[in-house]
Design a protein around this ligand. Structure first.
Ligand SMILES: [Zn+2]
Length: 158
């Protein structure tokens, strides 16, 4: 990491060390939307352990083999450019919450952006990413890449 004084990748317009870093260092987000943002930042900053530790074990992306999963995540992070995150809707709740967002991504110069409605569940005071539903591909000409190749969406049990 070049310096701690860089803008947080979650598009908060705040410096990383005053934004998602606290969550990456172990602080628990009180709102699911903050977990969502900190997961996006973790993808952008190649922090696979954070993605793994905040994914619910019943999530279809969850892999029993953590080393393999970690390698997939690292591969995804290092081959993807994370341009911005836009939160479109956040519905808070006691035990479940949903976040609708647009992630602007590029892979090999191609637009790989997508919109997703994510569901989060609270377990033992921790928000976890439970599942995601793709709303509409907003990328041009690369419509299937995120479904088949990305660590973000690839199912583990196929
Ligand atoms: Zn942030």
């Amino acid at each position: 990491m070049p310096s701690k004084y860089f803008p947080c990748p979650c598009s908060s317009k705040t410096l990383y060390h005053k934004c998602c870093k606290a969550f990456h260092d172990g602080q628990l987000p009180t709102k699911a939307v903050d977990l969502m943002k900190s997961r996006y930042s973790a993808y952008a900053l190649n922090l696979p352990e954070y993605i793994i530790s905040t994914t619910h074990k019943d999530n279809p992306n969850c892999k029993a083999d953590h080393e393999e999963w970690k390698a997939d995540l690292q591969n995804f992070s290092s081959t993807t450019q994370f341009d911005s995150l836009q939160i479109e809707e956040f519905v808070d709740g006691e035990e479940t919450a949903t976040v609708m967002f647009k992630a602007s991504l590029r892979q090999a110069g191609q637009d790989a952006s997508f919109r997703e409605k994510s569901t989060f569940v609270k377990q033992d005071e921790r928000w976890l990413y439970r599942s995601g539903e793709i709303l509409k591909d907003v990328g041009g000409g690369n419509a299937n890449s995120w479904r088949t190749d990305d660590a973000w969406h690839s199912p583990c049990n196929t």
